[in-house]
Design a protein around this ligand. Structure first.
Ligand SMILES: [Zn+2]
Length: 65
């Protein structure tokens, strides 16, 4: 039998820190290493640091900056 715990490795997209998680019990803050990093990322979205423009055709956008 293989009693070694199965863990997956990932890199947190927020703090860039490698971490491991149990794929059978994925943390609710996945894909981040911790809840804190998830909230930091969410905060960036809310603060408008990320812009959702990828799916919009550039021709339809008026540049108002
Ligand atoms: Zn992190």
């Amino acid at each position: 039998m293989n009693d070694k715990p199965v863990v997956k490795q990932a890199v947190c997209p927020q703090c860039r820190r490698p971490f491991t998680y149990d794929p059978a019990d994925v943390p609710k803050w996945s894909p981040f290493c911790c809840e804190r990093c998830q909230w930091i990322d969410l905060g960036r979205w809310l603060n408008g640091e990320y812009r959702i423009t990828r799916d919009l055709p550039a021709d339809d956008l008026e540049q108002k900056d």
